[in-house]
Write a protein of this length. Structure first.
Length: 214
């Protein structure tokens, strides 16, 4: 599996369950931040021409894994194993399983518990695009770079059952800054807060009240 990174670009490692979602989005796989591994079932002997063309146009050489054993959950188990190996080699990247099979949700939740940025998505276009800068000012986005250790610190303090979790956005921002250490800035705290929102660990309503899902 390729582990090459493009400088200053978020790396999205995508694992496609081709038995479940037989469609490759050419616009997504051409992105420089996308590294695709496609898993074909033992009885899938061919691919649609459009999907082959999309893979050939990929910015990064995609990998095709032909599962050699047929049977219920055979492809799922192989895909999960590849995800685990890739997480070990590249723990700071983002991991997306493209499948309508909700059975992968257990793996995703387990990885998130270990502070790995993992997601199951039903379509390629659900993968967020990287931040792009306009000529005048940066385009706002919930995609931010957050050091893994920062996220781990915050999740430890905001764990389920804690009665002292901040209830309002500004209070949470100040709380996060204090927990990240003396060298942390308010911008560091905002990045962490945005990451918590982007990964659905919290949500902030129009009244600025915080709802926790961790």
């Amino acid at each position: 599996m390729s582990s090459h990174h493009h400088p200053a670009t978020r790396v999205n490692r995508v694992f496609l369950d081709y038995e479940n979602v037989v469609e490759v989005d050419p616009g997504v796989v051409r992105r420089k931040d996308i590294f695709l591994t496609l898993f074909r079932g033992a009885h899938q002997k061919s691919m649609k021409n459009d999907d082959v063309d999309a893979l050939l146009a990929s910015s990064n050489q995609p990998k095709i894994v032909d599962v050699v054993v047929s049977g219920k959950n055979a492809l799922d188990m192989v895909l999960a194993g590849y995800v685990g190996y890739t997480v070990r080699e590249n723990p700071g990247d983002y991991f997306h399983i493209i499948s309508k099979d909700t059975g992968y949700d257990a793996l995703v939740k387990q990885l998130r518990k270990e502070y790995i940025r993992a997601f199951r998505r039903e379509r390629f276009e659900d993968i967020p695009s990287p931040v792009k800068k306009a000529s005048s000012k940066p385009v706002t986005s919930n995609i931010v770079e957050v050091p893994v250790d920062h996220l781990a610190i915050v999740l430890r303090y905001l764990g389920k059952g804690r009665a002292d979790r901040p209830r309002k956005r500004e209070t949470l921002l100040n709380y996060l800054k204090s927990k990240l250490g003396v060298s942390a800035t308010k911008q560091d705290a905002k990045r962490v807060m945005d990451e918590l929102c982007a990964t659905n660990r919290i949500s902030i309503g129009s009244d600025n009240l915080v709802t926790y899902r961790i």
